[in-house]
Write a protein that binds this ligand. Structure first.
Ligand code: SF4
Length: 332
């Protein structure tokens, strides 16, 4: 595998009526070509904002701190995402080298333009294909994602397709330009379970076929276990644990990750009550000092947790955790 993406010290703040808030705080990770990384956490943990930062897609009130570095490694050389300013520069990555798919496919399709016209337009913006070739490639791609009678669907509008079919059409459109990096933001959450499994299988096939990297955002660790090679767990804008998916799920070390796993229903014991993490994720306006999880952590050790920001410690070669408990050797 070769390095596809380096994210270093990503810190992102937003100006709001109540003041400046920190949505992403000093986040660093890497992704190799052909690798799937799951980014997990509850709503409000900063997953989507982090993913949008990879394409500089956040709103105009966003401020990236100076230390932030995001580098996408393409065949023609590295692209410094933070240095891209004009919409012409950004077009190279948005919908070209990087594509994004969303939970709600209607957000990706203009309602009054056929799916085919939108796919052709995207291909003509990002490739040198003529309209005839772009149409052929679009229909091939619709067929490739399992949409039957693709040439008829090509002429239809998004509202004429079922939810599962729209999701597949959105994946087809996102992949038609052969992006190097696919950002999938809760792509299966709105689907029923059987369609969800099909879409996950499809994405895994396409990763190996196209050799692209995927950042897969979800609140569902079960989906990550099926899909990802590695996982990064996020809470209130910070990464709290990251590593190979098997290591993190079999040997979770951060109390938050342990809580997410304990909250999953067990098929072996349907009578066992669910154990949600007590409390709610705080507002970014009320970020706790020290460890951001300290207001909900049952293992909170007092002063050190509410004063000092925990740094990453090594659990194994492929697994790191940011928790004072671990540093003291009590995390297993
Ligand atoms: Fe809990 Fe302290 Fe670890 Fe934070 S640093 S997760 S409060 S034990």
């Amino acid at each position: 595998m070769s390095r596809l993406l380096d994210v270093e010290n990503l810190t992102l703040q937003f100006d709001t009526d109540e003041g400046r808030i920190t949505a992403v705080d000093n986040v660093s990770f890497t992704l190799e070509a052909g690798e799937v990384m799951g980014l997990v956490g509850e709503s409000g943990s900063g997953k989507s904002v982090t993913a949008k930062a990879l394409m500089k897609l956040n709103a105009s009130n966003a401020h990236y701190l100076d230390d932030t570095n995001i580098t996408l490694h393409l065949e023609d050389g590295p692209v410094d995402i933070m240095s891209l300013k004009s919409s012409r520069d950004l077009k190279v990555i948005r919908g070209g080298a990087i594509s994004m798919i969303f939970q709600e496919p209607m957000a990706s399709f203009a309602p009054a333009i056929t799916i085919g016209d939108q796919m052709v337009e995207q291909l003509q913006i990002h490739t040198d294909m003529n309209a005839k070739r772009a149409k052929e490639v679009s229909i091939e791609m619709l067929d490739r994602v399992g949409i039957s009678d693709a040439s008829t669907r090509f002429r239809q509008y998004a509202f004429e397709l079922s939810g599962g079919m729209r999701q597949r059409a959105m994946i087809a459109m996102a992949l038609s330009t052969k992006p190097k990096l696919l950002i999938a933001d809760e792509p299966t959450t709105a689907l029923d379970v059987t369609i969800q499994a099909q879409v996950i299988d499809l994405m895994k096939d396409l990763v190996s076929e196209f050799g692209m990297g995927i950042v897969f955002i979800t609140h569902d660790l079960g989906v990550i276990a099926q899909t990802a090679d590695k996982v990064a767990v996020m809470y209130l804008g910070r990464l709290v644990e990251q590593g190979a998916v098997r290591d993190v799920i079999r040997n979770p070390s951060h109390p938050y990750t342990k809580g997410l796993i304990a909250a999953l229903p067990s098929l072996d014991d349907l009578d066992q009550p669910l154990s949600p993490i007590p409390g709610d994720i705080p507002s970014p306006l009320e970020r706790p000092p020290g460890c951001v999880f300290n207001t909900r952590c049952s293992a909170n050790m007092g002063a050190i947790c509410s004063r000092d920001i925990p740094q990453f410690s090594t659990v194994s070669d492929t697994h790191q955790v940011a928790c004072h408990l671990f540093k003291q050797g009590d995390a297993t």
